[in-house]
Design a protein around this ligand. Sequence first.
Ligand code: TRP
Length: 355
Amino acid sequence: MKKGRILSGMRPTGRLHLGNYVGALENWVRLQQEGWENFHMVADWHMLTTGHEDTSRLQSDIYEMVLDWLGAGLDPQRTVIFVQSAVKQHAELHLLFSMLVSKARLERVPTLKEQIRDLHLDEQTISYGHLGYSVLQAADILLYKATHVPVGEDQVPHVELTREIARRFNHLYCQDRPPVFPEPEVQLTHFPRLRGLDGNRMSKSVGNTILLSDSPEEIAARVKQAYTDPKKIRAKDPGRPEADLSELDAEGRPLHAGCVVFEYHRKFNSAGAAEVARLCRVGELACVPDKSQLARLLADGLTPLRERRARYAADPDQVRDIVADGNRRARAVAEATMDEVRAAMGLKSSTELVK
Ligand code: TRP
């Protein structure tokens, strides 16, 4: 007996980094081992909502991301790995759901507001598709009647809207029949916010990340650049692993927000982190050896992922088969749901239409 069905997805951004791993992927793999029924989707249509002009890298970004999923341990036997645009039912359900949500409700979705701010978009020029981002996400989730949606905090508003849509649909169209949709629950992924190696927000475009596919040499080179404690100049100077609250900037933030190398030790070296901090504080651990120790640890930790990834990468046909199979399995579930949706709404099923 499975514990329930989970659905989660990512927009295809190409090769994934450590933040994607601790923020999502690691959790998906854990849920898979714990006996959930996993569906994981490459949200390529969602990708278009903020970048539809240049699609030249879309297919390779999808491929590289799927390799990272497989490398991280998603098992295609147990888990359905599929691409959103290969399952047209997402578009159909998105269209039907779009009747059930007001424009004002969508304008209140906090993630949309944040994107407008962060990407410096003009509210007046937001596309119809972008406004409907969360409606498409609701279709993603409900097509599979997922009971749980494992996501980070930032996605909670989307799952909330999904629940509203499920409730509204069941209320409107299922008076005389069992409800079509469950109200899916958020399964929050708790993880320490990992900063980029330079101490800023982690972003692949800035290059302050470690990719899951990086070699030990690349990892060592990247960790060498990491932000530590600017006041620790000589090896024997005492360091400040944690944020220093005695010196604040004009906005009240600590000038030294903590050593990133230590932050990574805490996440990836939980047994050794306290000793690292102690030696650093008393000036017995210099940054250079501290960094090489961390680099080695990360490289070792990522070795199984990197090797599994390389085995799949050596056989692209196998990867394509895995996705094709996932698409088929996803389509079968999606079409069964759509049959119920069409019947409940008084629309004809696709087979009746051709008669
Ligand atoms: N919006 C999600 C993100 O940016 C990606 C996504 C698309 C998703 N569809 C989903 C996540 C369905 C969970 C469930 O991370």
